[in-house]
Design a protein around this ligand. Structure first.
Ligand code: NAD
Length: 239
């Protein structure tokens, strides 16, 4: 895809880029010609991923807890202070995996608050602190939600609420930040992030004949951040 190459190289922040879907997104955006800043709470894996993906330094790791305002603010301020290029793209991918929790009368409110902070408030925090750093005030935000936002499993209140909030917030941010900043959402269904765990028994349930792969999500993100999607904003794509 012509996506991002040509003209000036773009800079993309990918949260949760140390592994899984986020790593595939980081790899794809690097392939498209971007510099990629990986924001992740896992220092060990994040550092290794950045060096594995690009030894020439186009992939840079930042140790960030995206659910913590001070941590997000410090990362963006550090970028500014170090004279990094302006940013063009933010992909909000970091998330806590779905867990099957207690029934509502035993809901752990501390856990609820943690989920909302990492899966939802993080989207507000990155938008807030990236805002001043977008190149000439223009940019693209992509949020990675989940089909669980409208197809919940039993007792998965925290996950469903956080991902549903992310889809709604996508519309709200698109309206609030447009027209110069486009905001879209990708809601993956089942995505195998480990080659050694093929979900063979689930294959017939998928009309496409297989579950998703991280590269599928990365391709869609690549298109959404490209100029080819220049009129697309406020949308949620099931993948
Ligand atoms: N894999 C799936 O089937 C699937 C399906 C639907 C949606 N999703 C969503 O896609 C995204 C990525 O999923 P995945 O399967 O690759 O997950 P994963 O658990 O493999 O990776 C998540 C990454 O986010 C990072 N992270 C977690 N908390 C963080 C924090 N507070 N601050 C910074 N980084 C943090 C982790 O360290 C990790 O690198 C998630 O938001 C998930 O909800 C995944």
């Amino acid at each position: 895809m012509e996506a991002i190459t040509g003209r000036q190289a773009k800079t993309a922040v990918v949260t949760g880029g140390a592994r899984g879907i986020g790593r595939a997104i980081a790899e794809r955006l690097l392939h498209d010609g971007c510099r990629v800043l990986i924001f992740d709470i896992d220092r060990h894996t994040g550092t290794r991923t950045a060096s594995e993906l690009d030894e020439s330094g186009r992939a840079v790791f930042y140790h960030v807890d995206v659910g913590n305002e001070a941590s997000v603010k410090a990362a963006f301020e550090d970028m500014r202070g170090n004279g990094h290029d302006p940013i063009d793209v933010v992909v909000n991918n970091a998330g806590i995996p779905q867990s099957f929790g207690d029934p509502i009368h035993r809901l752990d409110i501390a856990r609820w608050n943690l989920y909302l902070a990492v899966n939802l408030t993080s989207v507000v925090l990155t938008a807030r602190y990236a805002h001043a750093l977008f190149r000439e005030g223009r940019g693209v935000i992509v949020n990675i939600a989940s089909t669980r936002f409208h197809q919940p499993d039993r007792n998965s209140f925290t996950h469903t609420a956080s991902k549903g909030g992310m889809v709604s917030l996508t519309h709200s941010l698109a309206v609030g930040l447009g027209p110069n900043i486009r905001v879209n959402c990708v809601s993956p269904g089942w995505v195998s992030t480990r080659d050694d765990l093929p979900m063979l028994k689930d294959q017939p349930r998928h009309p496409a004949g297989r579950e998703g792969r991280p590269e599928d999500i990365a391709s869609l993100v690549s298109w959404l951040v490209s100029d080819q999607a220049g009129s697309v904003t406020g949308q949620n794509f099931i993948a």
